[in-house]
Design a protein around this ligand. Sequence first.
Ligand code: GP9
Length: 417
Amino acid sequence: QDVSVEEQKLKELLEKEYPTNEYTGIGEGKNLIVIQVEALQNFVLFKEIDGFEITPNLNKLVKDAGTLYYDNYFQLVGKGNTSDAEVATLNSLYPSLTEPTNNLYHSNSYYGLPWILRDNGYTSWAFHGYERDFWNRDKAYKAEGFQRFIAQDDFVFDNYIGFGIPDREFFKQSLEYIKELDNIDENPFFAFLITLTSHTPFKMPPNEKYTDLGELEGSLTGNYIHAIHYADMELGRFIENLKEEGLYENSVIAIYGDHFGIAAYDEEEKVNAEKITKERYDYDTMMNIPLLIHVPGEDLNNTIPTVGSQLDFLPTILNIMGIKNEKGIMFGKDLNNKTDESYVFPMGYIKEGSVILKDEMFVRDKALFENSRAFNRKTREEIDIEKFRELSERALEEINLSNYVLKSNYIDRLLDD
Ligand code: GP9
């Protein structure tokens, strides 16, 4: 019987080895709290505007001995924005190229982080203070293995900021639910929290603005800075509250951004963003999100410069938790292993198409084989596109293969075997 090319390649991928490294198992047996922060980009970290630190709490966490900070980490979303970031992060699959992944594949079988942790004794809950069925989360979360979804109707609040529940209220009330989750049994838990307040257009009420941004005041970028500062403040408060409740020491805490907030193709905001970055604000800066993995009590304090994307979260965190993926398929790599696979292929949003990054280079434009150009990320000098032909072919092949997994509900067959 003929085995299709895709099936053959997937078989090979299933055999991919994820070697152990110095971080293997440092989070073993601990709870896992993953926080996806709305529109958090990497360029705001360690930046000041007239002495006003934009993200003091994230900065403090990066410098903490127990933290690994991934500063070359990139978004990977398609038409499903925030929800696609969730799919990629939890499942190590590329989002759909055509529709929000949760629209097309919410009833697929998955075997990502919630399921894997459940198979290892954990209880997995998701938390997001917006409408339960938005982005089909109610269905998708079930398919992805969450046992309970704490959504907008589980929170009590009467003050709205932007899209809905303010992060302060969200974290405060989520903590009460987390205490409940912690008490279910003796086993550790997995809590997946998605914040909301720093959603575009980032308009914060005057009493939640903590500085005057001068010439940036009133611009989208200025509003973004206020909103991200607020999100950072509430994150810091949440971590302190975890400490008070005795839930910090025994938990691994991962924090990352879902996607960009300030578009590099918006000429006006690009100029505003450059007032903060003090260097070119281009697609690679725009797509660059931070990832922090914090393991209390460890002496890590390391910045990992490996180029990666949300696709890489699952293998990276599993290794840290000392858990192997025994059944599913992962397209990502462990960011803590030295690798020559230093490319990512972020999708979506970008009007011109897609981006490929490799080490210090990036290639952009959809018409990669027709009219595309490549640049050195530091010097902006143009590079011969031919140098990237093989890489781009590999990336496209990989994306198509991952989409085949979704389209054919491949994981369902894997779980049946
Ligand atoms: C609301 C929020 C949506 O559920 O997560 O964010 P978006 O996808 O619009 O960035």
